[in-house]
Design a protein. Structure first.
Length: 404
């Protein structure tokens, strides 16, 4: 089993191509609809995107004067990651106009970290409730930014803007996720000068020009976790050949605490026990337990032996899938950012709805162990972040078929 490239890396790396004219090549690209939407957005901005080779993209970017720093509103509203074109467009074109980004609905996620940082670099913003317009009268200037929170996407956006800014920029309290580090490696391959990749302090020496490059997208740790969770919850065995154990340390510890056998040789393998054990879990910024893991973990704990407490410390509103698990027979109570999960001996199949990518994937996992038939709607969310999840689970032995 392969997980392929990370959604949370490839979308930002596609946007990074805007920083340099010429041809860029990305490999290990997942076949997901968010990549298709980002490709459409880049096309509207004046780029040419060739996806004729499976799991590869060739992106040709015109000169700065031929880029179009605006696009139809629906292309921005389709996904949260569309915000990351803001930094590259300001750096190359000196202006950008976009609708406010959309994406999964699991709580308020303000964009002030992006706009405040870019303002400190010399950008001027005119915003309303629906759109953002930004411009700069000269080349962006280097600055020292300390993020209030280590936002993954804000770090990406500010990093991309800083590589073409005039002078030496510092981003403190930067996100440390593997996907941020991978974006930095792509930028370095394009000619950027960056120190501190993988740490909470990034130091960027702005350059006058970048060039096209080839880059292999880092493996998706959330997709890897989903397949590993499928093995753990069913008492089966799953091997993800391209999974990166060094990027999933805390999750693997939690799987072992639940009683799963974990091998870190040649990727990651998990063998599930007859029944999982209870385990308390709290989400934290990387290298802590990722918030995207939490729906998967909560689903596993819903059939574990004992009582677990799951705490969400990053986003409000990210327990909305719990009511759907309860429909399947799970015993879960929530209060604020905590959920108490009392494991049951089994779930029962019924119709449930997933409201975002990871919640829908978690409900599919619940269906793997629920008695009878489970129908999951909202599977269009899964296609945004998973390369044929139903087909890959079927290849592992699951009885699963797409809705007609």
């Amino acid at each position: 089993m392969r997980a392929f490239g990370a959604k949370n890396a490839v979308l930002k790396q596609m946007a990074a191509c805007l920083l340099a004219s010429g041809t860029h090549r990305l490999t290990n690209v997942p076949a997901i609809t968010d990549v298709d939407m980002m490709a459409e957005l880049l096309g509207a901005l004046g780029c040419t995107v060739d996806s004729s080779i499976p799991h590869e993209l060739s992106i040709t970017v015109p000169a700065a004067g031929d880029l179009l720093p605006q696009a139809p509103a629906h292309l921005f509203e389709a996904m949260r990651a569309s915000i990351v074109v803001l930094g590259p467009l300001l750096a190359r074109c000196g202006r950008a106009s976009m609708a406010l980004p959309g994406g999964d609905d699991f709580g308020h996620r303000p964009i002030n970290f992006h706009t405040d940082g870019l303002s400190a670099m010399g950008a001027h913003f005119a915003n309303d409730h629906h759109s953002i317009s930004a411009s700069t009268t000269r080349r962006l200037r280097a600055t020292h930014i300390t993020l209030e929170y280590p936002s993954h996407t804000a770090t990406d956006n500010l990093l991309m803007a800083a590589v073409l800014a005039e002078g030496r920029s510092v981003i403190d309290n930067a996100a440390r996720e593997p996907e941020v580090e991978d974006l930095g490696r792509q930028l370095v391959a394009m000619g950027a000068i960056i120190e501190g990749l993988g740490t909470s302090r990034l130091i960027i020496e702005g350059v006058g020009e970048l060039h096209g490059a080839e880059h292999a997208v880092v493996t998706d740790r959330i997709v890897s976790a989903t397949y590993l969770a499928a093995g753990a919850i069913t008492g089966g065995e799953v091997h993800v050949a391209d999974a990166r154990p060094e990027h999933m340390v805390m999750l693997l510890r939690k799987l072992e605490a639940m009683g799963a056998e974990v091998s870190r040789e040649n990727g990651i393998s998990v063998r599930g026990p007859e029944r999982l054990h209870s385990c308390d879990v709290a989400t934290l910024p990387y290298p802590g337990v990722a918030t995207d893991y939490k729906p998967l973990i909560t689903t596993m704990l819903s059939v574990a032996d004992g009582v677990s407490v799951v705490s969400e410390n990053l986003f409000v509103g990210r327990f909305r899938y719990v009511d759907e698990l309860i429909k399947l027979g799970a015993v879960i109570t929530t209060e604020g950012h905590h959920a108490m999960v009392r494991g049951v001996g089994g779930l029962r199949g019924t119709s449930v709805h997933g409201g975002d990518i990871r919640a829908t994937a978690a409900l599919i996992l619940a269906g793997l162990v629920a008695a009878g038939e489970t129908t999951v709607s909202g599977v269009e969310h899964v296609a945004r972040g998973y390369d044929d999840l139903p087909g890959r689970l079927h290849s592992l032995g699951a009885s699963i078929s797409p809705l007609a």
